[in-house]
Design a protein around this ligand. Structure first.
Ligand code: C2O
Ligand code: CU
Length: 458
């Protein structure tokens, strides 16, 4: 089956209509090859790798506090593993080959089973050879519902991606470890998609209040997003509710792996369309649209109220907490002089020949010893010092952290922070989830060519 657009019913209506499925063995999540119409109609379809054969894979939706269990079946021609991005998860279920599990071989399976402590918008994706496997389509949305839903008329999960396709054949460009991409901004595509298709259209009514769950599944593209024909507020980032909804005015960035939950009121007239825009230098391009037909129930509304908070740790005594510096080094224009690979110091030229272009604190692969060895429950500050000529989206596994604003105030909870070129960004982390956790750039080609480290909580 090709991708069907995900029509999300209002939660109440959906649960009234859907019969409970009898438990008949573990629910499977099969990673396999498939074909999908990624390019616009009239162009050839594309060979992808997808969960259940779709990119994105099926929407997985669970109630906050519930358990999720899925048996990954690997029908791909490569080993794989699933990472549940943004979930403050049991370490053994984190899906990182070589750190929390073995990669699942071709024909093999792995049972994931864990609880979901936080409501919000998350996603799942391959964490083996992810710069290739995610680019081929191995990702999907993971939605955790609040016990009480916000007052909305409808909801759409919008998974953004960019694909590098040959327009003649529809084929995905296979140059996943092309050194130019690795050493620059990463693999950027030539076709922007929402939910695996070009410029999809969804129905809406004028005056309707919708929740849009945006997920950036692209390998490297930082989307600059804008709204047309709707008025919106950001109500959550990386799954975690903001204390106050933030009105959208102009463009806002969404780095790879980041999510933003918006509440929008459709202001476009019946017979026209509202759009989610990608803001480029020369204007805004529609990523997807809402075809407006008819009038919604209510005309004007108050600003939305905040979503209910998640059970996040309390941050106290920040000024006394240890500050750990992580230098982001290398890449085009600031080439590494040298860095360690394992225990060996190599020159930048030698590293480049081995496909390594970046380093974190002078190390161009995941080091033997953790960047941070934290006692469970301890508070830490990490300063990401970006000495490179590119932006990086730094992601921590198993935890959310708060971004520290330049004035020292605590900003939003996130699991991925965009650190612009030349900038230093501090975060506050309560290391409260025991285990070994990756810390890496989510520009996936950067992660595989030097920007991967890890931390331990015991
Ligand atoms: Cu979204 Cu290490 O991953
Ligand atoms: Cu990076």
């Amino acid at each position: 089956m090709l991708l069907t657009r995900r029509h999300v019913l209002k939660a109440a209506a959906a649960s009234a209509l859907l019969p409970r499925l009898a438990a008949a063995g573990p629910v499977t999540l099969t990673a396999r090859e498939a074909r999908q119409q990624i390019a616009p109609e009239g162009y050839p379809d594309t060979a992808i790798w997808g969960y259940e054969g779709g990119a994105p894979g099926p929407e997985i939706r669970v109630a906050q506090g519930a358990r999720l269990s899925r048996r990954l079946m690997n029908e791909l021609p490569q080993p794989t593993a699933v990472h549940w991005h943004g979930i403050r998860i049991d370490n053994a279920m984190d899906g990182v080959p070589g750190l929390t599990q073995q990669a699942v071989p071709q024909g093999g399976s792995f049972d994931y089973d864990f609880t979901l402590p936080d409501a919000g918008t998350y996603w799942y994706h391959s964490h083996n050879r992810s710069m290739e496997q995610v680019a081929r389509g191995l990702y999907g949305p993971l939605i955790v519902d609040e016990p009480s839903a916000p007052d909305i008329d409808g909801e759409w999960v919008l998974v953004l991606d960019d694909w590098r396709l040959d327009p003649e054949t529809g084929a995905l460009a296979g140059d996943f470890d092309n050194g130019h991409d690795l050493s620059h901004a990463g693999r950027l595509g030539n076709l922007l998609t929402v939910n695996g298709g070009f410029d999809p259209a969804y129905p809406a009514r004028q005056g309707a209040r919708l929740r849009l769950r945006l997920i950036n599944a692209a390998n490297a593209r930082v989307f600059e997003l804008g709204l047309d024909g709707m008025q919106g507020w950001i109500v959550a980032l990386d799954g975690m509710p903001l204390e106050e909804p933030l009105p959208v005015s102009g463009a806002f960035p969404l780095a790879p792996a980041q999510r933003a939950d918006l509440i929008v009121d459709i202001t476009a007239e019946s017979g026209t369309a509202a759009s989610l825009l990608s803001i480029e230098r020369d204007g805004g391009y529609g990523l997807c649209r809402f075809d407006v037909a008819g009038q919604g129930a209510r005309a004007t509304r108050e600003a939305p109220v905040p979503l209910p908070p998640n059970p996040l740790p309390v941050i106290e005594g920040l000024a006394d907490s240890p500050l750990h510096q992580m230098r982001l080094e290398g890449g085009a224009m600031r080439w590494l002089d040298s860095a360690r690979l394992g225990e060996t110091e190599l020159s930048g030229r030698e590293l480049a020949q081995l496909g390594r272009f970046w380093a974190l604190n002078g190390q161009a692969d995941r080091p033997e010893t953790p960047f941070l060895d934290a006692a469970r429950g301890s508070l830490h500050r990490i300063a990401f010092v970006n000495e490179t000529a590119f932006d990086h989206g730094m992601h921590l596994h198993g935890h959310h952290f708060r971004v520290i604003a330049p004035n020292g105030e605590l900003g939003p909870w996130r699991d991925t922070v965009l650190v612009a070129r030349g900038e230093t960004r501090q975060i506050a982390l309560v290391a409260d989830n025991p285990g070994d956790w990756l810390l890496h750039c989510h520009m996936l080609g950067h992660a595989s060519s030097g920007m991967t480290s890890w931390f331990r909580v015991t």
